[in-house]
Design a protein around this ligand. Structure first.
Ligand code: HEM
Length: 484
């Protein structure tokens, strides 16, 4: 994949097309832009933001698809708070749509979306969250038991295992022996997501056709397992006593007293399984990737975790999580489709425009964040960020009525996983990477253009991941520190 930092061809920017009411876009031929977007989306966003500011238009080939990208928090607010019938989600045209299905809360719009969203929200609220905490600790400890200390490992593949186990238990509450096939089926779903698949997804027209090939086969296997679990569950009489999400959804009724159909249940379960594990796993991997390059911040966090065992708080841990999600958002953009003209970001955008708040650029808007590319958890402590950091300038979970349903779950899971790992073990950068970063003059710290040093931001399907899978060496914590 292309690098976000290496020398790359310059993007020449041209004026808006005559008569167009869209913001200007790069002059780069659409084919080249499409390739660059597929391979290095953060590089495209950084360059366009530098030259064009907070609103620009990307045009892709051969589809002709246009995205108007925004990163001004006021414009983001206008869009997120616009009536849902004026700016509904454009996720129906995402490559994820045919996988999660037509009835998925991710894909639906209008009243149907609200119905599904209301049915899904209760398991992700308040007190229920605490019930998941123990599951997260246990899954993390189980995986850690297999780690080889003192040798480099790709943390992301481990965090993925942990979050997959957690989401399976939260969703199905299934006994361990039935989890293996489900785990394998979901893992298989992610395997075909290489560069070729990403390119194909970017160049082809959006479609709801069920995927074929390896992805289609993996989906068939997953569906068979899910439908048989739904059938088994519907036949059980103790659903009221069960706390797992499938049981809650199987019992849930909408305002008209109607239950979800099997197909609706299937689509929501696949949505939760896919949306609910890879994202969190990658975010935890990014957090460690950032911390090992900022040893003072790591030490401050370790000290807080030790103090928490004696009743201290978790303010710095929360700040580390918030800052990781700001500077390394896993989902780079969200999309809305205008059904009528909307005045946003200084433009009158016509009906039919796909408007895309760039999470990546908004979270780094230099009008809001000082030294935006740097990893500075301190900006989230107390009132350090002032009122400028708010739900329209820090948007890792999107916003408005489409804001991520699992945001509280994900924040809890990130904190519990990090606390569990760092209570026992201490991470450091592998020696080879340390040497490389010193040699390239970037140190471990905050230099680099856009990436802030460290592992390159690579694209994996619709997510942004550390190019080396968050390569890290773990050592057992020295007792003196946990006594201190
Ligand atoms: C760090 C982890 C996560 C990140 C960064 C993340 C990010 C996002 C983003 C950006 C959206 C789109 C929001 C919009 O269009 O405005 C979204 C939607 C969604 N997410 Fe997450 N997510 C995470 C974890 C989770 C988890 C753990 C679950 C469930 C267990 C989940 C379930 C969903 C669902 C169901 C939607 C669709 C909401 C709707 O359209 O109404 N996500 N997420």
């Amino acid at each position: 994949m292309a690098s976000t930092t290496a020398a790359q061809p310059t993007i020449e920017l041209g004026p808006a097309a005559p008569g167009s009411r869209l913001p200007p876009g790069p002059r780069l031929p659409s084919v080249a832009l499409t390739l660059a977007w597929a391979l290095a989306p953060t590089w495209v966003m950084d360059r366009c933001a530098q030259r064009l500011g907070e609103a620009f238009t990307l045009t892709f080939a051969p589809s002709g698809l246009q995205l108007v990208m925004l990163s001004d928090p006021d414009a983001v607010k206008t869009l997120f708070t616009a009536p849902p019938d004026v700016a509904p989600s454009a996720a129906g045209t995402s490559p994820l749509a045919p996988v999660v299905g037509r009835s998925s809360v991710l894909v639906l719009t209008g009243p149907e979306h609200m119905r599904q969203r209301k049915l899904l929200l209760p398991p992700f609220h308040g007190e229920r969250m605490r019930e998941y905490e123990d599951t997260i600790v246990q899954a993390t400890r189980r995986d850690m038991a297999g780690w080889t200390l003192g040798r480099p490992m790709r943390l992301q593949s481990h965090t993925r295992q942990i979050t997959l186990e957690v989401i399976l238990q939260a969703v199905f509450g299934v006994e361990a022996e039935r989890m293996d096939p489900l785990q394998q089926a979901i893992t298989a779903l992610f395997e075909p997501l290489g560069v070729t698949a990403t390119l194909r997804a970017v160049v082809s027209r959006p479609s709801m056709e069920r995927p074929t090939g390896a992805l289609g086969q993996a989906l068939d296997r997953l569906d068979a397992l899910i439908y048989s679990e739904i059938e088994r569950r519907r036949a059980q009489s103790d659903l009221e006593r069960r706390a797992d999400i499938l049981s809650l959804l199987a019992l849930a009724r909408d305002e008209d007293g109607l239950q979800m159909t099997d197909a609706e249940l299937r689509d929501e379960l696949v949505t939760l399984l896919l949306a609910g594990h890879e994202t969190t796993a990658t975010s935890v991997a990014w957090a460690i990737e950032r911390l090992v390059r900022h040893p003072h911040k790591l030490q401050r966090l370790l000290a807080e975790i030790d103090a928490a065992a004696d009743g201290g708080g978790d303010e710095y841990l929360t700040a580390v999580v918030n800052e990781t999600l700001r500077v390394r958002p896993v989902v780079p953009v969200v999309a809305r489709m205008l059904t009528q003209e909307l005045h946003v970001g200084g433009y009158r955008l016509p009906e039919g425009t796909r408007v895309v708040p760039s999470i990546y650029l908004t979270n780094r808007n230099p009008r809001v964040y000082e030294r935006p590319a740097e990893f500075l958890p301190e900006r989230f402590l107390g009132n350090a960020g002032g009122r400028a950091i708010n739900s329209f300038s820090w948007i890792p979970f999107g916003g408005g009525i489409r804001r991520c349903i699992g945001a509280s779950f994900a924040l809890l899971e990130m904190k519990v996983m990090l606390r569990t790992m760092l209570s026992e073990l201490e991470p450091r950068m592998p020696r080879a990477q340390r040497a490389l970063s010193v040699w390239s003059g970037r140190g471990g710290g905050d230099g680099g253009r856009g990436t802030g040093g460290g592992e390159r931001i690579a694209r994996r399907a619709i997510t942004l991941v550390p190019a080396r899978g968050a390569s890290v060496v773990w050592e057992r914590r020295r007792p003196s520190r946990s006594e201190g």
